[in-house]
Design a binder for this molecule. Structure first.
Ligand SMILES: Nc1ncnc2c1ncn2[C@@H]1O[C@H](COP(=O)(O)OP(=O)(O)OP(=O)(O)O)[C@@H](O)[C@H]1O
Ligand SMILES: [Mg+2]
Length: 358
């Protein structure tokens, strides 16, 4: 997918901005605080309803206004089919989403059509912080690769919430366990999809690291969220008293982990901060390559302040891989970028105003 027109109203200091991007590289330059990252946040909102910096609409909405509105036109390059999307989110919590002039209820419908991948300066948190971010990273890929994943995940979440409520209410054993059948069938499906995806991703990571002449060997391992050697069913039975004690379901895909090892050590423990950043960019790029190899729908890539903490050589390596990818890219920087691609546009941002640079 490529974005052909973007209208932004009321996101941070972008009171009213529009841009007509090119299908290749779109460089957004301006001084600190100009509104560069906000442009990227707006684009990600169009795909998932929130940004890489916050899930809260009220943080994104411009001070002194009650809502933000976003609209875009996009083109499916494989079929030449055009789509329009509009999103409005208000301080009072209401959200309105339209796709091709029809109201839609779930952001997932737009996300499927418009996959967006954000590479941001705090991306090393993927390695440094808890398993939540790594599960989200994994699920971005599984969501775009597996048709059944979203429904399975929704049903799993629903059964889990009900089971946890029963545990909180100290309900009878049979009441708590009445949710297990749905939990196990959806949970086992999620587990299989994530496991298969991790295997595919490992292959893409391997070949990408080779292309980038990496000195590290990286290994990805998926841990189910329950003890090895047990089925989910058996793990639930075995941990029933523990669930009772903690009044919550202590095993399942919601407790899964993606272990990231570099040279047989946890990447978190071995790698420097710069190396961690490089590895995280590599993992995201591997996801994009994987998606592009298996689906005709290319993702839009957002790259916020790429040079921060990567040395010049690593920076060039990432840029080279981004060029190879063939995606539409939005790249922010405080200084003009010189990227060797034909399809290249520069936009200047100052004080929330966006202008094409001629
Ligand atoms: N809700 C809001 N309403 C209005 N302005 C906001 C809001 N949230 C943040 N801002 C301001 O918006 C401006 C743009 O922020 P943004 O992060 O997009 O800048 P930037 O160009 O990416 O800067 P940097 O180069 O430092 O990364 C900042 O001056 C910030 O203080
Ligand atoms: Mg910024």
């Amino acid at each position: 997918m490529i974005l052909t027109q973007i209208e932004i109203r009321g996101i941070r200091n972008l009171h009213e901005a529009s841009l007509t991007p090119c299908p290749g590289f779109n460089s957004i330059i301006g001084p600190n605080g100009a509104g560069k990252s906000s442009v990227l946040e707006a684009i990600q909102c169009l795909s998932v309803g929130h940004s890489f910096r916050t899930r809260k609409a009220r943080e994104l909405i411009s001070h002194g206004t009650d809502e933000f509105t976003l609209a875009c036109e996009m083109l499916e390059t494989s079929s030449d089919q055009a789509h329009r999307c509009g999103l409005r989110r208000s301080r009072d919590g209401t959200t309105e989403l339209r796709l091709d002039y029809e109201e839609v209820r779930s952001m997932a419908e737009v996300s499927k059509l418009l996959p967006v991948k954000a590479l941001t300066p705090d991306s090393h948190q993927l390695i440094q912080e808890g398993p939540n971010g790594r599960r989200q990273f994994l699920d971005w890929g599984v969501f775009h690769m597996e048709q059944q994943f979203f429904t399975a995940w929704q049903n799993y979440r629903r059964a889990l919430a009900q089971r946890n409520q029963s545990l909180k209410d100290a309900a009878s054993d049979s009441e708590v366990q009445s949710w297990d059948e749905q939990l196990v069938s959806t949970g086992a499906a999620i587990d299989t999809m994530r496991r298969n995806y991790t295997r595919q991703l490992q292959q893409s990571v391997q070949s990408l690291l080779k292309n980038m002449e990496s000195v590290f060997h990286v290994e990805l391992r998926y841990r189910s969220g329950w003890s090895d050697g047990l089925t989910f069913d058996e793990a639930l039975a075995k941990n029933f008293q523990q669930c009772r004690k903690f009044r919550t379901t202590t095993v399942g895909p919601h407790r899964a982990e993606l272990v990231i090892n570099a040279d047989d050590h946890l990447a978190k423990q071995l790698l420097s901060r710069g190396q961690q950043k490089l590895l995280v960019y590599t993992l995201h790029l591997a996801q994009l390559i994987n998606l592009h190899n298996r689906s005709s729908n290319l993702a839009v890539v957002l790259c916020d302040d790429l040079p921060s903490e990567l040395d010049h050589e690593q920076n060039l390596k990432i840029l080279h891989q981004l060029v190879q990818l063939g995606s539409q890219v939005f790249l922010t920087s405080t200084t003009p970028q010189n990227i060797p691609v034909q399809d290249f546009l520069t936009f200047n941002v100052t004080g929330g105003n966006l202008e094409i640079r001629v």
